[in-house]
Design a protein around this ligand. Structure first.
Ligand code: GRF
Length: 210
């Protein structure tokens, strides 16, 4: 599909399966276009999904660089070349410096109700803790891990028989909707950040304001 002339340019970074990327790419109501999929892993299945969808890709592996700083500079150069308005972290497993996250608006999707269970093993940590309810969070990224202002959250009930895989699958189903709706709101200039508060204007507000 040809992107609208006013469509926002979106770069997605991922390290793994890329199911959030697939869900995002399947939305036809984003008012945005995915112009780049980048990864720190050349063998990330999500990168192949992007290739199959005809989206430009960039694999920038940290092991190919002498330092983390050099790696991030290379990643920054590839993302800069794509001229994004927004960067989306969809299962990107590397921590980015404040230099990177202050350069563009950056969104992240996380499989817990932050601030509970930040970090790379959120689903296992929620199971280990014994919570009865967990969920998904979409937030702006700041210089701290899984910390920036929260755009949206939704709950997922934890069942007694859940293991990490089946609980994560149910959380991902929620993530697809939350992330797509958050990206759409960004692309429509409906997100307004005041400190830790993110105000999400509705389409109705936009229509009645015009
Ligand atoms: C998602 O659960 C996301 O919240 C977390 O990593 C997972 C990525 O899954 N940060 P996928 O690669 O999109 O399938």
């Amino acid at each position: 599909m040809t992107a609208r002339p006013d469509a926002k340019r979106i770069a997605v970074l991922l390290s793994g399966a890329g199911s959030n990327l697939s869900a995002l790419a399947a939305r036809d109501d984003l008012h945005g276009e995915i112009v780049l999929v980048g990864s720190d892993r050349a063998d990330a299945p999500g990168l192949q999904l992007a290739v199959d969808a005809g989206i430009p890709t960039a694999a920038v592996a940290i092991g190919d660089f002498s330092s983390r700083v050099a790696w991030e500079e290379a990643l920054t150069a590839r993302v800069t070349d794509a001229h994004p308005d927004l960067v989306v972290l969809a299962g990107f497993m590397k921590i980015l410096s404040s230099v990177f996250v202050e350069r563009w608006p950056v969104l992240n999707v996380h499989p817990s109700l932050l601030p509970a269970f930040p970090g790379a093993h959120a689903v296992q940590a929620a199971l280990d803790y014994g919570v009865k309810v967990t969920g998904a969070t979409v937030h702006f990224v700041d210089e701290h891990v899984d910390h920036g202002p929260i755009i949206s959250q939704a709950t997922v009930a934890v069942g007694g028989a859940d293991d990490v895989d089946c609980l994560h699958e149910r959380i991902k189903a929620v993530e697809y909707r939350l992330l797509g709706d958050a990206v759409k709101a960004f692309c429509q200039d409906r997100l307004h950040v005041e400190g830790r508060q993110v105000h999400v204007r509705t389409n109705h507000t936009i229509r009645s304001a015009s």
